[in-house]
Design a protein around this ligand. Structure first.
Ligand code: FES
Length: 129
């Protein structure tokens, strides 16, 4: 068993990282086929980071059990925030991850056909007196 399997992480290919002034590592996540990229710091799951970047990824439970967010990791590596994410050994071997409980450990490319941009909320009009 490899070191990554022992630590519960998924890795398909190593990639770069960015370290911010406060020491937190941040990675670039590209979502295909949308072609959208956002930053994912280690303090957030991939799903949370996508939301902060106004990108909607399919989700329901957000705790790794319903599998609504299941998607394919094309490249990169993640670790999980829960001990037993709902992904079978076969799915893991095929590169499937659960972004709601996955934290980027490298730059990622994920395949999420149902990903969508979250429309910007219009700014309410300013009333002058
Ligand atoms: S949203 Fe339920 S497993 Fe990810």
């Amino acid at each position: 068993m490899s070191r990554e399997e022992q630590s519960g992480s998924e890795s398909l290919r190593p990639s770069n990282e960015t370290t911010h002034e406060h020491g937190e590592r941040t990675f670039a996540v590209r979502v295909e086929p949308l072609g959208r990229t956002f930053e994912a710091p280690e303090s957030l799951t991939v799903l949370e980071a996508a939301g902060f970047a106004n990108l909607h990824l399919p989700r329901m439970c957000r705790n790794g059990t319903c599998r609504t967010c299941l998607c394919r990791l094309e490249s990169g590596s993640v670790r999980y925030t829960v001990e037993w994410p709902g992904v079978s050994a076969e799915e893991k071997a095929e590169g499937y991850i659960l972004p709601c409980v996955a934290v980027a450990q490298s730059d990622l490319v994920i395949d999420v056909p149902d990903a969508a941009e979250i429309p910007a909320t219009p700014t309410p009009p300013v009333r002058r007196f």
